[in-house]
Design a protein around this ligand. Structure first.
Ligand SMILES: Cc1ncc(COP(=O)(O)O)c(C=O)c1O
Length: 447
């Protein structure tokens, strides 16, 4: 039995509790169980090594997604929190084992990244995406948004508005504000059900506002688009012609549905790589957001050197975060493959459920990320006007919490053209998703 199999079986053994886990990881090393509860969702492409159907209880850890919304929604219960973009699955067992091992030292003095940390980042990107990350070009960041903040401060020298395609990740607007800038929304247009770039409008907006930096998301949160090379090349050409830096947030790149291929923006060619930064992290892929470990890189070493000099976060990261990230990239390939297949299954399930049972909600299986941007405008219409001072998305959020126990994020959080949409996090068990959809359907039917 390989070390991988031992760990997988150990961690997903039915009923294995934290105490047992701690004991075995810290004490005698990694114990091989005699029984296993390893099963996937039935996809033939899944390894069956990880029990993604496990009803893993997150309540009580103090997290934002479960404990946070349940506190805020009182007196209503929220058995289906599908807002905050993290996952309901137990993390990769190798990560927990590596953390336990490190914890057992009880020594928290200064510590650099593990010796093979950068090597593993490079190998992950090369093996999975054929992306060449230049050794020496990788900078640590406490989070992808922290990296964006440093880049904005260095590059947005004229203080111009920062360009964001919308609907676009809500955190982008926040980080632009953190950097003391404003943003300009470049709306994506719905063409045959797919959110599509409007490059003519983008070119005019760049000219009008003298834009110097664009925050770009691939795969895109919240639309779920995984941009094609042609789409990105056309966009990149506008940016190159007008001297706009592309900040490519590719944090969701590990989540791409089966019918789609992720192409890194920087892999389009030298001129695109030299005029952009890429930011990634294990935080989405392995549910490590609270570990605060991310990285950024660029082929343009002058930009990397300038960023270092400009006061971008010094030194290494939290030791546990680096250890977690390292274990993820070293041992997480099969876990990630399984995760992709599982999320793909959830997307198709959602599409079919809406088409068959919940026609007031419109959704077609998206391409990347575990986030579905569902069209709830027909539900909003049935509910009528929102209260004074509230948005349609606020009304929809409240309705789904109070009547179905489901938390979704309002579409307006992602830009003006998100109105009528809600973002639904599908990184949960098939069973929870089914429960949430049944509850939503019952609530809508009762309006
Ligand atoms: C596109 C995108 N970028 C960045 C982040 C946040 O990353 P971090 O927590 O590493 O700052 C998120 C989280 O939802 C995201 O969806």
């Amino acid at each position: 039995m390989t070390e991988n199999t031992k760990l997988n079986r150990r961690f997903f053994m039915k009923g294995a509790g934290t105490t047992a886990l701690l004991g075995s990881a810290i004490g005698s090393g990694l114990v091989i169980p005699t029984t296993a509860n390893a099963k996937g969702m039935g996809h033939t492409s899944m390894s069956m090594a990880y029990d993604l159907n496990e009803e893993f209880n997150r309540i009580g850890s103090g997290d934002s997604k479960w404990d946070g919304i349940r506190r805020r929604a009182r007196p209503f219960d929220v058995p289906f929190p599908m807002g905050v973009a993290d996952m309901d699955f137990r993390t990769l067992p190798h990560i927990t084992a590596a953390l336990m091992k490190r914890m057992a030292h009880q020594n928290w003095g200064y510590q650099p990244a593990p010796a093979d940390f950068y090597e593993n980042i490079i190998a992950w990107n090369k093996k999975r995406y054929n992306q060449d990350v230049k050794p020496g070009s990788i900078l640590n960041a406490h989070g992808v948004l922290d990296g964006c903040l440093s880049i904005l401060k260095l590059h947005n020298t004229n203080g111009a508005p920062v360009l964001i395609q919308t609907p676009g990740y809500s955190g982008f607007f926040g980080v632009v504000r953190n950097a003391q800038f404003t943003s300009v929304e470049n709306p994506l247009k719905l063409v045959d059900g797919r959110w599509t770039m409007d490059l003519d409008a983008m070119a005019s907006q760049i000219d009008e506002h003298d834009v110097k930096v664009m925050l770009f998301c691939n795969p895109q949160n919240p639309t779920g688009n995984c941009w094609t090379p042609d789409e990105m090349r056309a966009m990149g050409d506008v940016c190159l012609e007008k001297g706009v830096l592309v900040v490519a947030d590719e944090i969701h790149c590990d989540f791409v549905n089966k019918h789609v291929k992720y192409t890194p923006y920087a892999a389009l060619g030298e001129k695109y790589a030299m005029s952009s930064y890429t930011l990634k992290s294990t935080s989405k892929s392995f549910n490590l957001a609270a570990q605060h470990v991310a990285y950024l890189f660029s082929d343009n070493m002058e930009m990397i050197d300038n960023l270092k000099r400009s006061g971008h976060q010094r030194g290494s990261l939290n030791a546990l975060g680096m250890i977690a990230c390292n274990a993820a990239y070293k041992h997480g390939a099969t876990y990630m493959d399984d995760m992709r297949a599982y999320i793909d299954g959830n997307c198709h399930f959602l599409e079919k459920f809406c088409a068959d049972n919940m026609k007031d909600v419109k959704y077609k299986t998206h391409e990347g990320t575990y986030l579905a941007f569902i069209d709830c405008s027909a539900v909003a219409k049935k509910l009528g006007d929102p209260e004074e001072g509230k948005r349609i998305g606020d009304m929809l959020q409240r309705f789904f919490i109070e009547k179905a126990g489901v938390n979704l994020n309002p579409g307006e959080n992602y830009g003006a053209n998100g109105v009528g949409y809600m973002r639904m996090n599908l990184a949960t068990t098939h069973r929870k998703l089914h429960g949430a959809l049944n509850a939503m359907k019952a609530a809508i039917d009762a309006i």
